[in-house]
Design a protein. Structure first.
Length: 312
């Protein structure tokens, strides 16, 4: 609002002394500039802005109560907002009055309407002065035409209304395919991450295959220490226990072979294994250097027997 006020004052100053008549020069209050916008083509609901720059000689001041109050003026016209800005000097005061109207009149044809004049009061002690802001005529246009372009048609409804726009059908096949591919890709990525972190169950893999992998890692280390021997024996024990889903001791070997007949051909090797294990864990005997290879061979043989059983 300040910027607008300064621009209007500048325009008034550029107009020079010729823009002010002799009566305005001697008047106590006069309108220096007014802007009421276009007065044609206005439709229902449009906002109308009126701006006035008024010069008032000192010591006269505007009586605020003489300003119009925002609200309904008529059944079709409402004053939405009233704002006033001032700039004072030693010998005069400039007022920028901004009025915002809204029209709710819905004409059936082009009509001329009028916004009434406004009288402002100014005072200096007991002295009074009045200034009239002029009324304003404008024309309003209808939203709907009265004489339709289709006059003469038998169907009067078609003359006023355009044909309804048929709804468009869009195929979602391509979108569904993209969503399906995205879901499959996400599932594969998640499964790969789980597999890399060892969180996926190794379906169909014999526990003896895992034991063979552990023993080979020990064998590749090449140290062949007592800890390596014990670790290899322990790996085979754990594989047997996982297959039986319980702890299996030497005296339970026959029961184990009854439950898992695929290992009956390895009865002798299993007996020798349990003897090696008993000597190492309970009798504190140093295992033979061949224990790692023996455990590896036994794990491989039992893994092969387990796979044959699974196929059958």
């Amino acid at each position: 609002m300040k910027r607008c006020f300064i621009i209007i004052l500048l325009l008034a100053w550029l107009a020079g002394p010729n823009a002010v008549t002799a009566n305005e020069a001697t008047a106590t209050a006069s309108i220096l500039q007014q802007d009421q916008g276009r007065n044609y083509g206005i439709m229902v609901g449009d906002l109308i802005h009126h701006r006035f720059v008024i010069r008032v000689k000192a010591p006269f001041k505007l009586i605020q109560s003489s300003l119009p109050q925002a609200g309904e003026l008529t059944y079709w016209l409402e004053l939405r907002d009233v704002s006033v800005s001032t700039k004072e000097s030693d010998d005069q005061t400039l007022y920028l009055i901004d009025l915002k109207y809204q029209t709710f009149y819905a004409p059936l044809d082009v009509r001329t309407l009028n916004i009434p004049a406004i009288t402002l009061d100014f005072s200096a002690g007991d002295e009074r002065y009045q200034l009239r802001l002029p009324d304003w005529d404008f024309t309003m246009s209808p939203i709907k035409e009265i004489t339709p372009s289709g006059v003469g048609n038998e169907n009067n409804v078609a003359a006023f209304m355009k044909a309804a726009i048929a709804p468009s059908n869009f195929s979602l096949n391509e979108l569904n395919q993209r969503i399906t591919m995205l879901i499959v890709a996400i599932i594969l990525i998640l499964m790969m991450l789980l597999w890399l972190h060892g969180l996926l169950p190794k379906l169909g893999q014999s526990p003896f295959s895992e034991a063979a992998k552990q023993i080979r890692r020990r064998q590749r280390g090449g140290l062949n220490t007592n800890d390596d021997y014990l670790a290899c024996l322990q790996a085979v024990h754990q594989a047997i226990n996982r297959r039986a889903e319980t702890s299996v001791f030497a005296d339970q070997l026959d029961d184990f072979l009854i439950l898992f007949p695929q290992f009956r051909g390895l009865r002798q090797q299993l007996r020798e294994f349990f003897e090696q294990s008993r000597a190492a864990f309970f009798l504190d005997k140093q295992p033979a250097e061949s224990v790692i290879q023996d455990c590896l061979n036994l794990s491989r043989q039992m893994a092969a027997a387990d796979k044959v059983s699974a196929v059958k």
